[in-house]
Design a protein around this ligand. Structure first.
Ligand SMILES: NC(=O)c1ccc[n+]([C@@H]2O[C@H](COP(=O)([O-])OP(=O)(O)OC[C@H]3O[C@@H](n4cnc5c(N)ncnc54)[C@H](O)[C@@H]3O)[C@@H](O)[C@H]2O)c1
Length: 250
């Protein structure tokens, strides 16, 4: 029995891998030995991650894609499959916020968040599952949020998208378990990235007061959980939501 993590020979696709949590996950998977497909809407961000993965000695390629585009995602997955010869890991990380109070929320704000955060993950799972089912193996990790578990004033669209992602995770896990595919979610708490940089110091302090560990999370904290869920160490774990939040929600 080995308790070490070794992802050599695995091909991993990470969406929104150009910066923040997605980039950290891509680099952590590469450190563990995986080759990386960087699926990112912003080409210049993708190029940075590709360069950093290459510096770790792993293969990496950028794929310019909007995850909310069903046809584009499927076309991308075909190319990724051809480029790497297999697809072992998919991390659905791409996500956005468009925060405002429910009564002020426009249809556009609702649709954009649901389209990228929830439909984007469906698109990738739909395409990747077909490849993984033929392989009879695969790992899918969806980056949800504690907001999908507890809700948040000003984030009805985001909370709905992340709660939906948790439902999608559990349904996909049940459908795909017999084919050797594990599907899990990670629910991060307050993680220091460009997404949370925009919040006021007052709001950040209010968040901090709710965190028993009294420190904000780092992208690497989420990446460590993702590597675990993509490794052999989590073989018998599927359909779960792993909360990474310093104890905020328990
Ligand atoms: N930062 C936090 O505190 C926190 C907490 C819980 C969950 N999350 C989730 O973690 C994920 C990453 O968050 P982050 O803080 O790193 O955000 P971020 O904004 O720093 O990074 C998101 C990345 O996704 C890319 N992206 C956005 N829309 C895309 C699309 N349509 N197609 C492809 N790529 C797209 C962006 O270009 C960017 O590189 C998100 O799903 C977010 O909801 C973040």
């Amino acid at each position: 029995m080995s308790y070490t993590i070794d992802l050599h020979g695995k091909a991993a696709l990470v969406t929104g891998a150009g910066r923040g949590i997605g980039q950290s996950i891509a680099l952590a998977l590469a450190e563990a030995g995986a080759d990386i497909a960087v699926a990112e809407i912003k080409a210049e961000l993708a190029a940075d991650t590709v360069a950093q993965v290459a510096a770790l000695g792993r293969s990496a390629k950028a794929y310019a894609v909007d995850v909310s585009d069903f046809t584009a995602v499927h076309a991308m997955l075909d190319v990724v499959h051809k480029d790497f010869g297999h697809l072992d890991i998919v991390v659905n990380n791409a996500g956005i916020t468009k925060d405002t109070l429910l009564v002020r929320m426009g249809e556009e704000d609702w649709d954009a968040v649901l389209r990228i955060n929830l439909k984007g993950a469906f698109n990738c799972i739909h395409g990747a599952a077909k490849i993984m089912m033929k392989q009879r193996s695969g790992r899918i990790v969806n980056i949800a949020s504690i907001i999908g578990l507890i809700g948040n004033a000003g984030q009805a669209n985001y909370a709905a998208s992340k709660a939906g992602l948790i439902g999608l995770t559990k349904s996909a896990a049940k459908e795909l378990a017999s084919r050797g595919i594990n599907v899990n979610a990670i629910a991060p708490g307050f993680i220091q990235t460009k997404m949370t940089d925009v919040l006021t110091d007052e709001l950040k302090q209010a968040m901090m007061n709710l965190i028993p560990q009294k420190t904000l999370g780092l992208p690497a904290d989420v990446a460590k959980a993702a590597v675990f869920l993509c490794s052999d160490l989590s073989n018998y774990i599927t359909g779960q939501v792993l909360v990474v939040d310093g104890g905020m929600v328990m």
